[in-house]
Write a protein that binds this ligand. Structure first.
Ligand code: FMN
Ligand code: SF4
Length: 408
C-alpha cells in the first residue's frame, strides 16, 4: 500500500483541520568527540553526468514529503538547496490531474512548482520531479476520511485498511485506465519541464511497484504473470516520458523486495532485478535510485537506528551492488547515509555514483557545504531516531527535527 497515499490523506486531513503549528522539540545531545574528521571528499565534491545533466557534486536530497504549509515548505527547500546539495527531488508530484497535492494541470499548482523551481535554482541547485501515481483506489480511500477526521481511525489503523484494497485494485484496473495512467506519466513530465523541473524520477514504488509484484498483481493479461509482463506498466510509464521528451534525464526509484528475511511487498524481487533493470534501461531510464520496497511499514524504508535489519549506515547499499552488476547507468544510493567518510569510501569503491539523503539534510541542510569546506565536525548528524521527521509527519505536525530548537 501506499505510504504516499497516507501522506496525501494526511495533507488532505490537515487542510481540512486547518493549519497546525510546529511543535518545539527535544534536543538530543551528540558526543562530538566521537566524530572523526575527514581528510578528503574528492569524489563526493566532484561533478557527475546524470543522464545528460551535470550534478555539481554527488549529494541529492531524496524525495521527502514535508507535510508543511507551502510557505514553510518553500523556505525548507530553499535552505536545503543553499546547503550545497546538487539536486532536490520533490516527492510525490501527481501524474494525473485529480491526484492529491498541488497539480501540474492547474494554474495554481503550476505557480507553486514554478516558485519552488525558482527558489531552488537561485541557490545553484537542480530540481527533479518525482512522478507519483498512487496504488490506492481513491474511492476506497475517501470512504475512510470521515473516520480519520473524527479520529475514529488512526493513521496506524488506516494503513492496513488501505493495503487490503491494493491487490484487487491493481488486478482489476481496466487496460484503458492503465494506458491513461502510463500516458499521464509522459504528460506530467512535459508539464514538469515547462514549470522549471530539470528532470523527473519515475516513482517505482506505488503503482509501478504494485504492478511489479505478485503480492498485489494477480492479473492474467499482458500486465500480469511473468516478470516481463509485470514490468510492462513501469516500462510504459518510462517510455511515455521518453517518447515525449527524447532528451529528458529519467531517474527510476527502484524499489527492491528482499525475501530472506522478507521485507517489502510492492517492488522488484532481488531475483527479478536481472529482468527489470535492462527493460527499464531500454525504455529510457538514465539512472537508478535504489532502495528497499515497502510502503506498508514506514520503519522499513525509513529505518531507525534500532531497526533489526536496516539500522546501519548505508543500509540499502547491498541492493545498489546488485543493480550495479546489471547496468552501466549511474546508481544513486539512499538509506541511512550520514557519514562523509563512509559515503566517500562507497563512491570510491564504485558501489554508488551519488548519495541521496532525506533525514540527514532535514537534520542539517548545510551538510554538503560543511563537508566540502572541511568543517565536518560542525554537522548535526542525523541519529535516525525518526522522532520529529517521520514522527512529526505522522502526528500531523509536519516534518521537523530534534535539532530545530537550537535554531540550526
Ligand atoms: C518525512 C519523510 C517523507 C518521505 N517522503 C517520501 C516521498 O514523498 N517519496 C519517496 O519516494 N520517499 C519518501 N521518503 C523516503 C526517503 O526518500 C528515503 O528513501 C528514506 O528516508 C531513507 O533515506 P534517509 O535514511 O536518508 O532518510 C520520505 C522519508 C521521510 C523521512
Ligand atoms: S532528521 Fe529525524 S531521524 Fe534525523 S535526527 Fe532529526 S528527528 Fe532524528
Amino acid at each position: 500500500m501506499t505510504l504516499s497515499s497516507c501522506w496525501a490523506i494526511l495533507d488532505f486531513v490537515k487542510r481540512k483541520d486547518g493549519a497546525r503549528r510546529a511543535r518545539p522539540c527535544i534536543l538530543k545531545k551528540i558526543d562530538r568527540k566521537k566524530e572523526s574528521s575527514i581528510s578528503t571528499c574528492e569524489i563526493l565534491s566532484s561533478p557527475l553526468n546524470y543522464g545528460g545533466l551535470t550534478l555539481k557534486n554527488r549529494i541529492i536530497f531524496a524525495p521527502t514529503t514535508l507535510g508543511l504549509s507551502q510557505e514553510e515548505q518553500l523556505e525548507r527547500l530553499r535552505q536545503i538547496a543553499a546547503g550545497g546539495c546538487a539536486m532536490i527531488i520533490l516527492g510525490d508530484v501527481p501524474v494525473l490531474p485529480h491526484g492529491f497535492g498541488p497539480s501540474l494541470y492547474t494554474k495554481k499548482g503550476r505557480a507553486w512548482y514554478r516558485a519552488v523551481a525558482d527558489a531552488v535554482h537561485a541557490e545553484g541547485c537542480l530540481l527533479c520531479a518525482q512522478l507519483h501515481q498512487s496504488d490506492s483506489n481513491i474511492k476506497a480511500m475517501l470512504k475512510y476520511i470521515p473516520g480519520v477526521l473524527t479520529k475514529r481511525i488512526s493513521m496506524e489503523q488506516l494503513r492496513p485498511l488501505l493495503n487490503q484494497e491494493v491487490g484487487p485494485y491493481i488486478t482489476g484496473l481496466p487496460t484503458r485506465k492503465i494506458k491513461e495512467i502510463t500516458e499521464g506519466f509522459g504528460r506530467a513530465a512535459e508539464l514538469a519541464v515547462e514549470v522549471g523541473f530539470d528532470m523527473v524520477q519515475v516513482h517505482g514504488d506505488r503503482m509501478c511497484g504494485s504492478f511489479s509484484s505478485t503480492v498485489f498483481n494477480h492479473r492474467t493479461d499482458e500486465y500480469g504473470g511473468s516478470p516481463e509482463n509485470r514490468a510492462r506498466f513501469a516500462v510504459e510509464a518510462v517510455s511515455a516520458n521518453r517518447r515525449r521528451l527524447p532528451n529528458l534525464p529519467i531517474d527510476y526509484k527502484l524499489a527492491v523486495r528482499q525475501e530472506n528475511p522478507h521485507y517489502g511487498n510492492a517492488g522488484v524481487l532481488e531475483s527479478e532485478l536481472g529482468i527489470f533493470v535492462p527493460l527499464l534501461e531500454k525504455a529510457g531510464v538514465t539512472s537508478f535510485h535504489v532502495t528497499l520496497a515497502n510502503h506498508e511499514e514506514l520503519a522499513d524504508t525509513i529505518p531507525p537506528a534500532r531497526h533489526p535489519e536496516f539500522g546501519k549506515e548505508g543500509c540499502f547499499l547491498k541492493f545498489c551492488d546488485q543493480v550495479r552488476g546489471l547496468t552501466r547507468l549511474p546508481v544513486c544510493g539512499v538509506g541511512g547515509l550520514t557519514d562523509p567518510e563512509f559515503i566517500e569510501a562507497q563512491l570510491k569503491a564504485g558501489r554508488i555514483d551519488c548519495a541521496a539523503m532525506s533525514r540527514q539534510l532535514i537534520a542539517d541542510p548545510a551538510w554538503p557545504r560543511k563537508v566540502m569546506e572541511g568543517r565536518p565536525k560542525e554537522i548535526h548528524r542525523c541519529v535516525r531516531c525518526n522522532k520529529e521527521c517521520l514522527g512529526g509527519m505522522m502526528a500531523h505536525r509536519g516534518v521537523h527535527c530534534i535539532y530545530e530548537r537550537k535554531g540550526s
